[in-house]
Design a protein. Structure first.
Length: 435
């Protein structure tokens, strides 16, 4: 699952739509979605195969290694490293897709008999599309509800964590955020509305799991890091996992991202003050709902545009305001950022949240730098709140490690080793183990 920051909302644009399909409470084996599935390999390892963002296939290992699969014909796929175009030498052969038999490199594999229960359920005034994925067998299992980031894609169709968690003995409920996939309603980024939808999803997951369901909680990435704690504060669950989310407002996120831009580029305090002025100008535009303040930003561009630091200003949504003509921003951006509470302060919720929380960050996150958030979470932990934090130092937003190409652009290569296992262990831990 790749989740996105506010900047990605501006980049993605139109809402993804898909044809309506399926009825409520129907069960199906993953064999029906061939070749998507979780495979147990002959050497004891696990391999996940699922759709990629480009509509092709992607393989994933629990240790974070991944590659895109390109079909070569005769049931053969070859792989490229991460999200690069560099061949990595891996090969996938579908020996018998209907029976779930594959060969990855020289190792045979069999698709695991995960069970999927598709459903449609009522949320806050809309009907949402969801799916519970169950581990094989009859044992009880903990359940994690996956909460969307700001992306417009279908979680049910694309979130690989459904299978990755289920193959580790965890029940997983994914649902399409309102206005995405096969869910009804208008896309929104109103956190209270989304938190209420998440609570409805949690209830539906409990209902579908029945007696097999044990502890239940949320995992939310990026924007989901604002939504999941709010949902848990309204109605407590057993745990919350926030991946590359923040304990600051969206406006503060943009400011901190710009400050991180300047620091990474090696500029000092004087340049930082100038960059702060740019952040102030874009914040004023957002506060006016893109009706005022463009003249101030244009003046700063004229004043600083030729200075050496200016091309390094990226921020979160500031880069889009810097690069987009005023008429286009006035016309398009209000709808694309509709409902975003730019000054939302998550601290009142977090300061009163007694649900155990695991917060996981990338130390090189350019979109959502974690530094102020880590300071605030440390204060909460000292105050007795059940907060655990972890940082993967070389990961960018989405928890992706990367290479830098000749143009200086980052190209994702994998997820950090230990990231998935950390979440699995936290979900499976008993409350006493966390004390």
């Amino acid at each position: 699952m790749r989740t996105f920051s506010l900047a990605a909302v501006l980049a993605l644009g139109a809402v993804h739509t898909a044809a309506m399909a399926g009825g409520a409470d129907t069960q199906e084996s993953q064999a029906l979605s061939c070749p998507t599935g979780s495979y147990r390999m002959a050497d004891g390892s696990v391999l996940d195969i699922g759709p990629s963002g480009s509509g092709a296939l992607r393989w994933r290992r629990p240790d974070g290694r991944t590659g895109a699969l390109v079909e070569q014909g005769d049931a053969l796929w070859t792989s490229t490293l991460g999200w690069t175009d560099r061949p990595d030498g891996h090969r996938l052969t579908m020996m018998d897709c209907e029976r779930g038999q594959i060969r990855f490199d020289d190792v045979a594999g069999q698709r695991q008999a995960l069970v999927q229960i598709n459903t449609r359920f009522q949320a806050s005034g809309v009907e949402l599309n969801g799916r519970l994925t169950l581990p094989p067998g009859q044992a009880r299992f903990p359940i994690v509800v996956l909460i969307h980031g700001a992306e417009h894609s279908s979680a049910v169709d694309t979130y690989s964590l459904q299978r990755e968690f289920a193959s580790q003995g965890i029940g997983v409920f994914a649902y399409d955020k309102r206005g995405t996939g096969r869910s009804e309603g208008r896309y929104t980024q109103n956190y209270l509305t989304l938190a209420t939808d998440a609570i409805h999803a949690m209830h539906e997951a409990r209902r579908l799991a029945g007696k097999r369901g044990g502890r239940i909680g949320y995992q939310g990435g990026s924007q989901g890091g604002w939504v999941a704690p709010l949902a848990a504060r309204i109605e407590p669950v057993d745990f919350v996992i926030v991946s590359f989310g923040l304990a600051v407002s969206p406006i503060e996120e943009d400011r901190e991202a710009i400050a991180f831009d300047m620091k990474r580029a090696g500029f000092g305090p004087e340049v930082q003050r100038k960059a702060d002025a740019v952040a102030d100008a874009t914040a004023a535009i957002i506060d006016s709902n893109f009706t005022e303040g463009f003249d101030r930003l244009e003046a700063l561009k004229a004043q600083y545009g030729k200075e050496s630091w200016f091309p390094f200003v990226r921020g979160n949504f500031t880069s889009y305001l810097l690069s987009t003509p005023e008429a286009t921003a006035r016309r398009d951006f209000p709808a694309l950022l509709e409902g975003v509470p730019a000054h939302y302060d998550p601290m009142p919720v977090l300061s009163n949240l007694d649900v155990p929380q695991l917060w996981i960050f990338g130390g090189q996150d350019r979109d959502a730098p974690p530094f102020e958030t880590l300071r605030r979470l440390a204060d909460l932990k000292r105050a007795g709140r059940p907060v655990t934090t972890a940082v993967f130092p070389m990961a960018d937003h989405g928890m992706y490690e990367f290479d830098t190409d000749q143009k200086g652009e980052r190209v994702s290569t994998r997820q950090p080793e230990g990231y998935l296992q950390m979440m699995v262990d936290y979900i499976k831990q008993s409350p006493a183990d966390r004390n």
